[in-house]
Design a protein around this ligand. Structure first.
Ligand code: PLP
Length: 401
């Protein structure tokens, strides 16, 4: 048997990937399962993006690049941050990695000491607490309930801070809730942070372009410029450009932190794949029409799911403000009896029941630190979503509540 290091003892594999695997296992038995577990845009990446990488790879040798990313890509990122977010960063304040996930991993590895705390407003992206634990950190996960739009408030932030707090994570629009913060809400959080100089802010803005009802996206960096020297803006190509498999994410932040992240990168994967960086440069510097088209499609799907869930009395869902998930409240189902006589004890049991009775794979809220909910991804066609909502309704209808 292999020796597995103790630092892994508390770290769980990704819950959304586990749900997808359970759906695949069931589908392999011949059942028509709808997998709404993973958050991956279902559109192809815009053709000019893939074409740029393809043509470059045919013409030139693809070599290692600078660990922080090619100067061309970092220039394109600096241009994007200026154009879309009103932020000024030079290319030595920008790092590129294999997805936003590796950016977050590098940032935590570069900064966390044993016992340091990271505030992760719940519900949170499943990978945050596991990465924090991997580096000896302690996740602090204040509940941000639906009544507050799943947003962190200044009071809750203040109450979560201790002498050991190293990071505050913000994610907007949020996965799984879709929550978006206004400039005033971010400023109010910034005012609390101004009193606690030890705390750094990681603002995960990867769903920035998937925002609904005409809302304007405000970057944390733009709302709180006085915190620039302790803010890391995280973003990436996966969601806006439907480029999950290309694995390109990036961050902008203080030069010393970016340098430390480059050291980690240089000793781990060296650099992101060169063709992927060429594609990312083309995406950021090229036409942006497809990004808006993707967003419009996600908004129509959001509407379809909100309307469908509203007809299921025992479930609750306020319209998500962005991203491509619906975080559905299922408090009324807890304690319900299934047709086979089992009691649904928690949202894990609810998700299991939806998979086994409705053949719809959803991720339980416990994976995101706020129960009782389940998350469905809306990154699939309207036709499939309509069928999924119908199945969820039928399965809920068979419960004795
Ligand atoms: C909030 C959030 N951050 C980061 C990521 C990971 O992005 P990437 O594909 O760039 O690693 C995801 C993916 O689901 C996410 O939901």
């Amino acid at each position: 048997m292999s020796h597995i290091a103790s630092r892994l003892s508390a770290v769980k594999p990704s819950a959304s990937m586990a749900v997808s695997q359970a759906a695949k296992d069931l589908a392999a038995t011949g059942i028509d399962v709808i997998d709404l577990g993973l958050g991956e845009p279902d559109f192809p990446a815009p053709a000019h993006i893939t074409q740029s990488a393809f043509e470059a790879a045919r013409k030139e040798r693809m070599l290692y690049t600078a660990s922080l990313g090619t100067p061309d890509l970092r220039k394109a990122i600096a241009g994007k941050l200026k154009r879309e977010n009103g932020l000024d960063y030079t290319i030595d304040e920008i790092a590129v990695a294999n997805g936003a996930k590796q950016i977050i991993f590098n940032a935590l590895m570069a900064t966390m000491e044993e016992g340091d705390e990271a505030i992760l407003p719940a519900p949170y992206f499943v990978s945050y607490p596991e990465m924090v634990k991997l580096f000896g950190g302690v996740p602090v996960t204040p509940a941000c309930p639906a009544e507050n739009g799943f947003r962190l408030t200044p009071d809750v932030l203040e109450a979560s801070i201790t002498d050991r707090t190293r990071w505050l994570f913000l994610n907007m629009p949020g996965n799984p809730s879709g929550a978006v913060y206004t400039q005033a809400q971010l400023e109010a959080l910034g005012a609390v942070l101004a009193r606690h100089p030890r705390i750094m802010v990681l603002s995960d803005e990867i769903y920035e372009h998937i925002i609904f009802d005409g809302r304007t996206f405000v970057s944390f960096g733009a709302a709180c410029p006085q915190l620039r020297e302790r803010t890391l803006i995280v973003n990436g190509m996966s969601k806006a450009y439907a480029m999950t498999g290309w694995r390109v994410g990036y961050a902008a932040g203080p030069r010393d932190l970016i340098k430390a992240m480059a050291t980690i990168q240089s000793q781990s994967c060296t650099s992101v794949s060169a063709p992927a960086q060429i594609a990312a440069t083309a995406a950021l510097d090229g036409p942006q029409e497809d990004v808006a088209k993707f967003c419009a499609a996600f908004e129509r799907r959001r509407d379809l799911v909100v309307d469908g869930i509203a007809k299921i009395n025992a479930l609750s869902l306020d319209p998500p403000e962005g991203a491509f998930y619906a975080y559905i409240g299922c408090a009324a189902l807890i304690g319900a009896t299934t047709p086979s006589g089992q009691t649904l004890a928690d949202d894990v049991a609810v998700a299991k029941y939806l998979l086994e009775e409705g053949y719809v794979a959803a991720v339980p809220g416990s994976a995101y630190g706020l129960s009782p909910f389940f998350r469905i991804s809306t990154a699939t066609s309207e036709e499939v979503l309509a069928e999924a909502v119908k199945r969820i309704g039928a399965a809920v209808g068979k419960l004795e509540i």
